[in-house]
Design a protein around this ligand. Structure first.
Ligand SMILES: [Zn+2]
Ligand SMILES: [Zn+2]
Ligand SMILES: [Zn+2]
Length: 453
């Protein structure tokens, strides 16, 4: 016996999906924001701390230091859960990393910080130039150099306006040279030497509320539910479509029953308002191209009218929040036994027993009315209702002297198609011709070739 066909190929996303956030603390922050207890997060200056600013609400709620609070908010901003906006630009001392710096004005000629600012007077007689203060004595203007009195502006002296004068080198200048004095380590650093720190305010992005509320609660439980039903679950699975396109399926659940590998594509559509037809159409096209016929669409808050009709027509199982609640509230059935060994059987009854052990209801020579109105007899019909999805497998059993041709596969496929059954298993003794096998593979029929039945 050889297993010939395989389900659609699924590759796991290269970066492991660890859920929404990687820490309990970040989850707590999200919960606080969803509850409206923390809305916008603004920094406050506090030069006594290492960073020089703090986020008091976040630090208190999460019981962390500013550095950790910032790391959490940054990671949430990177996932678009928080929006971040410029708050201030701080400069940082290159020696001690403090952001507590004070500007300091210096003489552009000699670099001295010993400068004075004021009205600058020039005494014509001796050419002395100085700040007004230097000339005042006993209610008069006396030149500090030649000790003459300055009486008439324009004749004895003139004013150059308000400027700076260096007390060390006497340079008079308009714009001082700016340096920064660190108030922590007292270093004096030039403008080009200081580091810069941009600090941000963060706020909760309300448009993400529905999505977050789903991600935090039901999604985790839903994934757990699938696992309890024996599914292997891959979030954000990359699936290569028949068209060659790469699709991302929100949740891909696969389970190998031994007889059939069930592949369920689960799409998640979350919006503030109703989900429209276009989103359902996109999901359906993606699933179709990926060769997946078990389709579940999780929608929050709900589907629009047209979209709902289309979903029903395309056999997409829709889970709205209330359906999800009911589904998850139900007691989890113990999952079927894991198939460890490659499945083998020697007789028809053994195959049926095996299916029953897997939780299927099995019926031999089942009569199914097709869409065409014709009545079909299915050799073995296996049905299993899992709550979210009902699996129906049509099993055809054929025996002949030599490998069977295309017509036999075609007949079986046609019957299953008309009956609306998409999981197809064909058990053939002794086998199929190459051409028939190719056709079966293309039609998604799982073929078991057995020596005898
Ligand atoms: Zn003078
Ligand atoms: Zn100077
Ligand atoms: Zn410093």
């Amino acid at each position: 016996m050889t297993e010939v066909n395989k389900g659609p190929e699924a590759k796991t996303d290269p970066k492991p999906v660890t859920g929404l956030v990687d820490s309990e603390i970040a989850l707590k922050l999200i919960a606080e924001m969803l509850a409206g207890r923390i809305v916008s997060i603004k920094p406050q200056y506090d030069f006594t701390t290492e960073l020089g600013y703090i986020y008091p609400a976040v630090e208190q709620t999460l019981n962390v230091k500013a550095k950790e609070a910032m790391a959490i908010m940054e990671s949430l901003a990177a996932r678009n859960i928080l929006s971040k906006s410029f708050f201030d630009r701080l400069i940082r001392c290159p020696r001690c990393q403090s952001v507590n710096l004070r500007p300091s004005a210096h003489c552009p000629k000699c670099g001295s910080g010993h400068i004075a600012r004021g009205r600058i007077l020039e005494h014509f007689a001796c050419r002395y130039i100085g700040v007004e203060d230097e000339f005042t004595a006993k209610g008069k203007y006396i030149c500090p150099r030649c000790k003459m009195e300055l009486r008439t502006i324009g004749a004895d002296y003139r004013s150059q306006g308000v400027l700076y004068k260096c007390r060390d080198c006497s340079e008079v200048f308009n714009v001082p040279f700016l340096k920064w004095r660190c108030l922590k380590c007292s270093s004096l650093v030039g403008e080009d030497e200081v580091g810069e720190v941009i600090i941000y305010a963060y706020s909760f992005d309300e448009s993400k509320r529905n999505w977050l509320e789903f991600e935090l609660q039901p999604k985790v439980r839903f994934v757990e539910f699938l696992k309890q039903h024996g599914y292997k679950v891959t979030e954000n699975a990359q699936v290569k479509g028949r068209s060659g396109a790469e699709h991302i399926v929100d949740i891909l659940a696969t389970r190998d029953d031994g007889v059939v590998t069930h592949t369920v594509a689960i799409g998640i559509e979350i919006a503030r308002d109703r989900i429209g037809l276009d989103r359902v159409l996109d999901f359906d096209v993606k699933a179709y191209d990926s060769g997946i016929h078990d389709k579940i669409l999780v929608v929050i808050p709900e589907l629009g009218e047209e979209a709902r009709k289309f979903a029903t027509y395309q056999r997409i199982k829709v889970l709205e929040p209330k359906d999800m609640e009911i589904l998850l509230a139900g007691k989890a059935q113990p999952g079927p036994e894991r198939v460890k060994e490659p499945f083998e059987f020697k007789s028809r009854s053994e195959l049926m027993q095996y299916l029953e052990k897997q939780g299927y209801k099995v019926k031999e020579n089942a009569e199914v009315k097709g869409r065409s109105g014709a009545l079909h007899s299915i050799d073995i019909l296996a049905t299993k209702d899992e709550g979210i999805i009902t699996h129906r497998i049509a099993i055809g059993v054929r025996k002949d002297e030599k490998p069977m041709g295309l017509d036999r596969v075609f007949d079986f496929d046609d019957k299953a198609y008309d009956s609306g059954i998409l999981d197809k298993v064909f058990v053939v003794a002794p086998g199929l011709t190459k051409e028939a096998m190719q056709f079966a593979r293309r039609q998604g029929i799982k073929v078991f070739e057995v020596k005898e039945l």
